[in-house]
Design a protein around this ligand. Structure first.
Ligand code: 3HC
Length: 297
C-alpha cells in the first residue's frame, strides 16, 4: 500500500519502566515532544525524578549544555492518562511488559486513540509485530523498534518489518532512530529474537551451561568474556542488568516456539527466577547489589 508518512514530531512512549523512561528521555534530548505514560504512579514518579537527576548530572559533568538540558526537560511530560499521552502522537513506542495479551490490548486502545497517520511500534525484545498488528486497523503502520539497555547509552536500534509493515513505516522509524543519535539496522523479515538477542542468547546459553556443569564460577566466566573477547560486561553481569525475569521469559518463549529442550531456561536461571532474584532491579541476581563488593552465590 502506498501512503505518505507525516514527519514525526510528537512521540508517545507507553511504559516508563526499565526501557521506556530512557527511550523517552533519549527522544526528548533529540528534540522530539515526548509524552511518557504508565499505569503505575510510582513508576512514573521514578521516571520523572530520573529525568531531573540524569540531566542535572550530565550538566554538572560538562557532558550537556544547560540550555540543552532545559529544553529536553521541557520536551517531556509524564502522565498516567493514555488518551492525553497518545492523542496527538505521530509515533508511539510501546515498552510495557513482555506479555502478548497486554500488548494486543494496548495496541487496540492506541488504534482508537491515535490520529490515523500515527505509526505504532513495539520495543518488545522478541515478540514480532505481526502478532500484534491485527489488533489495529492500520497494520501497515505497525513494526518493531527495539532499543537496548541502557537505552540512553546503547546505540543500536533494530527496526523489524513484518509482512504487514509498509516500507514508508520502516523508513520513518529508521529516520527517528537516527535523529535520536542511534545506529538503526533494518530487518527485512521477522525472526524470533531479531539479530542481537539471538546472538546474546547463544553466548548466554553457553555461559549458563558452563556454570550449570560446575566448570567455572559466574565471576570467572564473566571475566573470560570481558578479558578475552572484549565485551563491556560478561553474560552474568548483563543478565543482572537486563533482568533475569526477562531472560527467563525469552527462553520460555523460544522453547515454546521450537520445542527444543536446549532452549529451555537453564537450572541456574530458573533457580534465581523462582527466588525472585531478578538482577539489579531487585538488588540481587548473580551478583549482590546491596553489598557491591560481595558477589552473590
Ligand atoms: N543509564 C544511563 N546511563 C548509563 C547507565 C544507565 N543505567 N549506565 C551507565 N551509563 C552511562 C554513564 O553515565 C557513562 O556516561 P558518560 O560516558 O557519558 O559519562 C557511560 O554510560 C559509561 O558508564 P560507566 O563508565 O559507568 O560504565 P561502563 O563503561 O562499564 O558502561 C555500560 C556501562 C554502558 C552499561 C557498559 O557496561 C555496556 O555497554 N554494557 C553492555 C550492555 C549491553 O550489552 N546491553 C545490551 C543488552 S541486551 C538488551 O538490551 C536486549 C533487550 O531486549 C533487553
Amino acid at each position: 500500500m502506498i501512503f505518505s508518512v507525516r514527519p514525526v514530531e510528537r512521540i508517545c512512549v507507553v511504559g516508563a519502566g526499565n526501557m521506556g523512561h530512557q527511550i523517552a528521555l533519549s527522544a526528548a534530548l533529540a528534540g522530539y515532544r515526548v509524552k511518557c505514560t504508565d499505569v503505575s504512579r510510582e513508576v512514573l514518579e521514578r521516571a520523572d525524578q530520573f529525568a531531573d537527576s540524569y540531566l542535572a548530572d550530565r550538566v554538572a559533568r560538562g557532558k550537556l549544555a544547560e540550555e540543552a538540558a532545559r529544553s529536553a526537560r521541557a520536551n517531556i511530560l509524564f502522565t498516567r492518562d493514555l488518551n492525553e499521552a497518545a492523542g496527538d502522537a505521530d509515533l508511539v513506542i510501546e515498552a510495557v511488559l513482555e506479555n502478548l495479551e497486554l500488548k494486543i490490548q494496548i495496541f487496540r486502545q492506541l488504534d482508537e486513540i491515535c490520529p490515523p497517520h500515527a505509526i505504532l511500534a513495539t520495543n518488545s525484545s522478541y515478540i514480532v509485530s505481526s502478532r500484534i498488528a491485527g489488533a489495529t486497523g492500520r497494520p501497515e503502520k505497525v513494526c518493531n523498534m527495539h532499543f537496548f539497555n541502557p537505552a540512553l547509552v546503547m546505540k543500536l536500534v533494530e527496526v523489524v518489518k513484518g509482512p504487514h509493515t509498509a516500507g514508508e513505516t520502516a523508513e520513518a522509524v529508521r529516520a527517528v532512530a537516527e535523529k535520536m543519535g542511534k545506529i538503526p539496522v533494518v530487518l527485512q523479515k521477522e525472526i524470533y529474537g531479531f539479530l542481537v538477542n539471538r546472538i546474546v542468547s547463544a553466548v548466554r546459553r553457553e555461559a549458563l551451561y558452563l556454570l550449570d556443569m560446575g566448570i567455572a564460577s559466574h565471576e570467572d566466566i564473566d571475566s573470560a568474556v570481558v578479558h578475552a573477547l572484549g565485551h563491556p560486561m560478561g553474560p552474568f553481569r548483563l543478565l543482572d542488568l537486563v533482568g533475569i525475569d526477562l531472560a527467563y521469559d525469552i527462553s520460555m518463549g523460544l522453547y515454546r516456539e521450537t520445542g527444543d529442550p536446549a532452549d529451555k531456561p537453564s537450572p541456574a536461571l530458573v533457580e534465581r527466577y523462582v527466588r525472585g532474584e531478578w538482577g539489579k532491579k531487585k538488588g540481587k541476581g548473580f551478583y549482590d547489589y546491596r553489598a557491591p563488593d560481595r558477589p552473590a552465590g
